[in-house]
Design a protein around this ligand. Structure first.
Ligand code: PLP
Length: 282
């Protein structure tokens, strides 16, 4: 079954080769991306994803080809044309095409694409069992709050974790003043201690996760503060979040075995699933 590709206003499928070699997204990673999930053809947290996309484009001075309403309309049309009911839509906006040069012209026309994809979301057993994290140094750039397509450091770190038997990588900032847990290669990171849900504050070191926001809004007690690696030893619960994973328990970090899904993780899983399925607003 074909997916649907929207390319600069035209509908096709990902079988068509649409990009020019001298697109700055390809040559310089000069682009912002976004991913949202859809269930029964209903987009989940679509407007939150638009807002983050808009913020990222503004941060690197790329013109946004959409306003919020035209974005929502385009994404819903992609879903209507898509033959399957559940999956993800990947969106990317690059600075556009131009002769390869670091100094970019000011007024390039952005290249915008969005395509639907089937996706195997974790099932109930996986959401109960949880995942294993392997830690490594966070070697990413200093604007991790911008969802740029430059994911080489994330991809290499995730591959290293996979080779060591992990499902996801935990990125650590090692410093003389303590070793700070940032987030995962493609998910946000949380610990629970004495009933308090603790996560890294929003700054340039982590991505402002859409799921992170929804989880924080539904947790009873939250602290957004730096987490030292030593706190992993006696955390009551650990979980990670992302658009595709939802709230996912962590059952092991390196050689620290943690108990599987705890009560707060279970409660937040349920609350997030309810929020994902609520039909407001499209
Ligand atoms: N952190 C990083 C580095 C990510 O790449 C992602 C998702 O891709 C997340 C966190 C989770 O963000 P969201 O909940 O918006 O999917």
């Amino acid at each position: 079954m074909n997916d649907v590709l929207w390319f600069n206003g035209r509908f096709t499928t990902t079988d068509e080769r649409v990009l020019r070699v001298e697109d700055r997204g390809f040559l310089f990673g000069d682009a912002i991306y976004e991913v949202f999930k859809f269930v029964d053809k209903h987009p989940v947290f679509l407007r939150d994803h638009f807002k983050r996309l808009a913020n990222g484009l503004k941060a690197i001075e790329i013109r946004n080809p959409w306003d919020e309403e035209s974005f929502v309309a385009t994404m819903n049309e992609i879903l209507e044309r898509t033959e399957f009911d559940d999956g993800i839509v990947y969106i990317e906006v690059t600075r556009g095409e131009g002769e390869r040069a670091h100094f970019y012209p000011e007024n390039l026309t952005p290249t915008a694409i969005a395509f639907s994809r089937r996706f195997n979301f974790p099932d109930g057993a996986k959401k109960e069992r949880g995942v294993r994290l392997i830690s490594t140094a966070d070697l990413r750039w200093k604007h991790c709050d911008v969802k740029s397509v430059n994911l080489l450091a994330n991809a290499l770190a995730k591959k290293e974790a996979q080779r060591k038997g992990g499902d996801e990588v935990l990125l650590i900032h090692y410093s003389g003043r303590g070793d700070i847990v940032r987030e995962c290669g493609s998910s946000s990171f949380f610990i629970v201690k004495n009933g308090v849900v603790i996560t890294h504050p929003l700054d340039c070191h982590i991505l402002p996760g859409v799921t992170r926001d929804h989880v924080i809004a539904r947790a009873e007690r939250v602290e957004e503060r730096l987490i030292d690696v030593s706190e992993l030893d006696d955390a009551d619960e650990i979980f990670i979040t992302s658009t595709t994973l939802g709230v996912m328990p962590v059952n092991q970090v390196d050689d620290r075995a943690k108990r599987a899904r705890g009560p707060i993780t279970t409660d937040l899983q349920r609350k997030l699933e309810e929020a994902e399925l609520s039909r407001s607003p499209k």
